[in-house]
Design a binder for this molecule. Structure first.
Ligand SMILES: O=C(O)c1ccccc1NCC(=O)[C@H](O)[C@H](O)COP(=O)(O)O
Length: 263
């Protein structure tokens, strides 16, 4: 059966063919460095990666009426540690223009949230102002994951390596990843459960990597649950994009770290 992740990757292969005909190469070396890892090391609270996400395959349109710069400013003022920007157009209605608008507005590290399968996409993310890229283990062969991880870190980018189960986590840890994202959403079935973070947390912590719990966080209780499992950070999209009182929703999520949460 073809899953949504398969369809997204097929789309990325087509986009890659177009990218191959463009001349994109701007290494990150000269750029001002904005580091999520530094922020995680210093934070006394759970760190929040706030996402700019107009739409998604599981939820359809979430909020297409807010400007990226406006949303990003509120994220920064509310205390976000980084901002994630969905740049995929076909499935999430995002764009690299959104990423540029966010980077120009805030001083925070920017995560390019896309489905990366080739170094050219890393060049492209970097050229548009990303500080962090996402690599999804479920979307990549192990050899490709290692190649892309090394390529991105050589450019000075930080890499959030995303997993959803134990086998993927073992593969992710072989790269030496310092930032592990545990996605509570199964990207093949859309099922969301915070138990995924609870199950994988101990192995992430043991590796010395920072643990970011991603998806399905809607309330203080949800944040409390993943924090108690040992999460250093959370990645939140829908709850912020849909909030009628973003500052309040945000502050409800800002909990102190538990003892020993730092790797
Ligand atoms: O969100 C989806 O429907 C989705 C479907 C297929 C691949 C990826 C998808 N989402 C990416 C994410 O992981 C989330 O945007 C992110 O973790 C925030 O999740 P949420 O807070 O639940 O919006």
């Amino acid at each position: 059966m073809t899953t949504i992740l398969d369809r997204i990757i097929e789309q990325k292969k087509q986009e890659l063919a177009l990218l191959q005909n463009q001349s994109v190469f701007y290494p990150a070396i000269d750029r001002e460095k904005r580091s999520l890892l530094d922020k995680l090391q210093k934070s006394q609270q759970i760190s929040i990666i706030a996402e700019f996400k107009r739409a998604s395959p599981s939820k359809g349109m979430i909020n297409n009426g807010v400007e990226p710069a406006v949303q990003a400013s509120i994220y920064e003022q509310s205390g976000a540690s980084a901002i994630s920007v969905l740049t995929d157009q076909t499935f999430f209605k995002g764009s690299f223009e959104d990423l540029i608008a966010v980077r120009e507005t805030v001083q925070l590290p920017i995560l390019c949230k896309d489905f990366i399968i080739d170094p050219l996409q890393i060049n492209n993310a970097c050229a548009h102002g990303a500080d962090i890229i996402l690599l999804i283990v479920a979307a990549l062969e192990e050899k490709k994951l290692t190649e892309l991880y090394q390529y991105a870190t050589n450019l000075g980018l930080e890499v959030l390596v995303e997993v959803h189960n134990q086998a993927e986590l073992e593969t992710a840890l072989k790269t030496g990843a310092k930032l592990i994202g545990v996605n509570n959403r199964d990207l093949k079935t859309f099922q969301v459960s915070l138990e995924v973070t609870e199950k994988l947390a101990a192995a992430v912590k043991q590796s010395g990597a920072f643990l970011i719990s991603e998806s399905g966080l809607h309330s203080q209780e949800d944040v409390n649950r993943v924090r108690n499992a040992g999460a250093n950070g959370i990645l939140v999209g829908e709850a912020f994009m849909k909030s009628a009182n973003l500052k309040k929703t945000f502050s409800d999520f800002q909990l102190p770290l538990i003892e020993g949460a730092r790797p």
